[in-house]
Design a protein around this ligand. Structure first.
Ligand code: ZN
Length: 273
């Protein structure tokens, strides 16, 4: 059976607000992540957790527990920054801070990264070169066209990106790119079926059909979930749009179906790193 990669963007529900406001909110990430860890244990799934450095600093025991249970710890930046709005210097500084924070907690080397908001797009491709200095893989490129993010012409499956023009393959590259799962429809384009909002929005049968199609062609996919995607009690935040709250109640059942119907390992294991 084809193995795929399961991932968690480990952040709290307030992490899409400006960093300066985070401390005003009560955390829910520990209990929501415990639920995810229980599901992974039940379905014998090992996953990669892309962790926001600030959250790791607040809850180091949670990170140690995830590591102890055999999952992989990777970076989701320190302060959940949008790379499209950062300078190269700001990004590199934030990245190093996140790596230091995570590596101090687990005493293991971090080798992977996912950009908050999938914010490695055409105008922030420079981030790939910086990532290649520190890491072995990235999972930030979403080969879709949406108003919020996406690189519609990027490859859809794991590849080695050229560090200057990362939508071009370059076998000599020391970095791998793991693009988020999509379903290709001719003429229309790629539909995101990688998790998060798309898991809550699309019927499960459609997601399953798309993911099965990927595996039938002997490709693997990467799926992702946020702890907040499974939290019907997520507090209302006025800055957040409807898509933050859509079908939070229905997500758990669909997520369990995913865990039941497909086989998952960590990114590190899938890439044999
Ligand atoms: Zn995030």
């Amino acid at each position: 059976m084809q193995t795929n990669i399961m991932s968690v963007d480990l952040e709290d529900y307030y992490c899409d607000l400006p960093f300066s406001e985070w401390s005003k909110y009560e955390s829910r990430v520990v209990e929501n992540t415990s639920l995810i860890l229980d599901l992974f244990a039940k379905h014998d799934v090992k996953a990669t957790f892309f962790v926001v450095g600030y959250i790791a600093e607040l809850f180091p025991e949670l990170i140690k527990e995830i590591d102890r249970k055999g999952h992989e710890i990777a970076s989701h930046s320190y302060a959940h920054i949008d790379i499209r709005k950062s300078t190269q210097e700001e990004f590199e500084k934030d990245l190093k801070k996140s790596l230091d924070t995570l590596e101090n907690i687990t005493t293991k080397k971090v080798i992977g990264f996912r950009a908050p908001y999938f914010s490695i797009t055409k105008n922030s491709f420079w981030a790939i070169k910086i990532l290649s200095k520190y890491l072995r893989y990235d999972s930030s490129i979403f080969p879709v066209r949406t108003p919020l993010y996406g690189v519609p012409n990027a490859p859809r499956f794991i590849y080695k990106p050229n560090i200057i023009n990362p939508i071009v393959e370059d076998e000599k590259s020391n970095l791998s790119e793991i693009p988020l799962a999509t379903h290709r429809i001719p003429i229309i384009g790629n539909i995101p079926i990688a998790g998060g909002f798309h898991l809550r929005f699309f019927p499960y049968s459609y997601i399953k059909y798309g993911l099965n199609k990927i595996n039938k062609n002997n490709n693997s996919f990467i799926f992702y979930i946020h702890p907040k995607d499974l939290d019907p009690k997520m507090p209302r935040i006025k800055e957040y749009g409807w898509h933050y709250y859509h079908n939070l109640k229905g997500a758990l059942k669909k997520f369990e179906n995913i865990l039941e119907d497909f086989k998952f390992v960590t990114a590190k294991e899938q890439l044999k790193l």
